[in-house]
Write a protein that binds this ligand. Structure first.
Ligand code: NI
Length: 176
């Protein structure tokens, strides 16, 4: 947080099959695995391109399906209802902090994959949340700017320590 690239709109990827895009995705996947995160956007590694990756780990599947590591290029999100839900988020670009963030509960997202093939998917729950968090990075938006109550922005360590004091604080947040 504070690097200018995290506050800018990223550029469209013109050729998803280009070798430099493969290399970028490889580097990002390594970063994501190292951080044990659930998602990462290219601006977080200081590359101003509209490319995100995410996954839904087993403990986040809510009885539904897990989602393997997915690369989404030039994404667009459409909410499918007015319903929003708050949950805790954390971000590799905002280390050590966590906050309660409202997100659409049901979305459709579109984009293209690494072969340039169209992607279209309906998502709910954590899947919808992580995609919204990552796509926000492409428009210079970090999760604290989505928060409606900044008293719910805190150190992850303190939230865990005082978990009983915070509604919905029983789950660990996932970093994205
Ligand atoms: Ni993030």
């Amino acid at each position: 947080m504070g690097h200018p690239v995290l506050q800018e709109a990223a550029q469209l990827v013109e050729d998803p099959t280009a070798p430099e895009i493969r290399k970028l995705v490889q580097d990002m996947a390594e970063t994501l695995v190292d951080a044990e995160g659930a998602g990462l956007a290219a601006p977080q590694v200081h590359v101003p391109l509209r490319l995100v990756m995410f996954l839904v780990p087993g403990h986040r599947a809510d009885g539904g399906e897990t989602v393997p590591l997915t690369v989404l290029i030039n994404p667009q999100i459409t909410p499918l209802s007015d319903e929003m839900e708050e949950d805790w988020e954390a971000c590799l670009s905002v280390p050590g902090l966590t906050g309660l963030v409202p997100r659409w509960t049901s979305i459709r997202y579109t984009g293209i994959d690494l072969n340039g093939e169209p992607v279209e998917q309906v998502a709910g729950g954590f899947h919808a949340r992580v995609v919204q968090h990552e796509c926000d990075h492409l428009d210079g938006m970090l999760y604290p700017k989505r928060m409606t109550d900044l008293s719910m922005l805190m150190f992850s360590e303190e939230r865990r320590h005082y978990a009983e004091a915070w509604d919905n604080a029983v789950d660990e947040e996932d970093t994205a």
